[in-house]
Every structure is written in structure tokens, then in C-alpha cells.
Design a protein around this ligand. Structure first.
Ligand SMILES: Nc1ncnc2c1ncn2[C@@H]1O[C@H](COP(=O)(O)OP(=O)(O)O)[C@@H](O)[C@H]1O
Ligand SMILES: O=C(O)C1=C[C@@H](OP(=O)(O)O)[C@@H](O)[C@H](O)C1
Ligand SMILES: [Mg+2]
Length: 169
């Protein structure tokens, strides 16, 4: 197995902000695959979703994440990557999947308007439905779970570092 760490979890849980600091602390590269999607498609995520719809976005997200070729990297995909089977299969093969977990209340507090933030939400689906649907998938793919309820971001980072460092022991 290659030594990559891949963050999964709900939008706004901290995959991008925690991921970049963890990469720096571990002397690893950092890849935010949402930025790769924007670069490939030459527009913003919310513009892609508006143009091609949720299913179209998930097809692009699957292709971009499946094609990531990384070594010694922390990879932060978007929260909806757990719907992308090939991408998740690839991540399980190239690294350790770290699930950043926070309660529904914590996530809801950070995201006032899921639609405006570009969360992949199906017609008629509430954000709470989405939280529960995704939780099952996060748990299915996680190698490590870090719970951040009640933690400041600095503590979350330390908890992730402790967990990944103890893997090597
Ligand atoms: N304990 C915590 N852990 C992670 N992020 C936190 C925490 N408390 C507050 N935040 C904030 O939540 C936001 C997470 O955003 P982001 O990293 O873009 O998440 P994601 O990439 O998972 O969507 C940041 O603004 C971060 O400062
Ligand atoms: O969870 C989602 O449905 C999404 C999360 C976003 O990334 P973050 O999880 O980094 O916010 C981004 O990929 C897109 O707007 C869809
Ligand atoms: Mg992100």
C-alpha cells in the first residue's frame, strides 16, 4: 500500500483545512481534489453542478478522484466522493482513509445553506437525510475515525496526527 492519507466526511467538517495542516506537519504533499475538478473543468464547483446537475458532477468527481496518482500525500476530496465507487476503491488501494466525524448539529451550524454551498443534495432530500445516508458510507470506507465534536480545530489536528502516527508503531 502507498503511504497516502485520504480524508472523508461531511462538507465543512474540515477535510481541506485540517488536511493541509496535517500534510505540512507530516512533511507530505497536499492535494485538494475539488481544486483538480475545477482546474479540469475550468469553472467553479457550483457552476459545474448548475451546468451538468448532481449526477453529472458525481461522474466528474468519480473520474478525477479515481485518476489521482499520489504518493506520500494527504488527499482531501469533496464530501460527496463516497458516492463514487471507483474513486473510493482507488483510495482504499492507495492509502489509509480517515473519516472526520462531527454530529449533525455541528455540521448544520457551519453550513447555513447547503444548496448555496454546492452540496450534492437530491430533489426533496433534506440535509438531515443526507447526513444519515452518508454516515453509513463514511463508516463503511473508514480505516480510522476521528470525532471532532467539542474540539477546536487545533485539537482535531493533534488527534489526527496521534492516530496516524500510532499506525506506524
Ligand atoms: N474542530 C474543528 N475541526 C475542523 N474544522 C473546524 C473545527 N472547528 C471549526 N472548523 C472550521 O470548519 C471549516 C471547515 O471547512 P473545510 O476545511 O472547507 O471543510 P471541508 O473540506 O470538509 O468541506 C473551516 O472554516 C474550519 O475553520
Ligand atoms: O459534500 C458535497 O456534496 C460537496 C462537497 C464539496 O466539498 P467539501 O466537502 O470539501 O466542502 C464539493 O465537493 C461539492 O460542493 C459537493
Ligand atoms: Mg474541502
Amino acid at each position: 500500500m502507498k503511504n497516502n492519507f485520504i480524508f472523508i466526511g461531511m462538507p465543512a467538517v474540515g477535510k481541506s483545512t485540517v488536511g493541509v495542516v496535517v500534510a505540512k506537519r507530516l512533511g507530505m504533499k497536499f492535494i485538494d481534489t475539488d481544486l483538480l475538478i475545477q482546474e479540469q473543468e475550468n469553472r467553479l464547483l457550483r457552476e459545474i453542478i448548475a451546468d451538468v446537475g448532481e449526477d453529472g458532477f458525481l461522474r466528474i468527481e468519480n473520474q478525477v478522484n479515481r485518476d489521482v496518482n499520489a504518493e506520500n500525500a494527504v488527499i482531501s476530496p469533496g464530501g460527496s466522493v463516497v458516492y463514487c465507487e471507483e474513486a473510493m476503491q482507488h483510495f482504499k488501494e492507495i492509502g489509509t482513509v480517515v473519516y472526520l466525524k462531527a454530529s449533525y448539529q455541528t455540521i448544520k451550524r457551519r453550513i447555513r445553506s447547503p444548496k448555496k454551498r454546492g452540496v450534492v443534495l437530491r430533489e426533496g432530500q433534506t440535509f438531515k437525510d443526507l447526513y444519515h445516508e452518508r454516515t453509513e458510507l463514511f463508516e463503511k470506507y473508514a480505516d480510522i475515525t476521528i470525532c471532532e465534536d467539542g474540539c477546536r480545530i487545533e485539537e482535531t489536528i493533534e488527534n489526527v496526527l496521534d492516530a496516524v502516527e500510532s499506525l506506524g508503531k
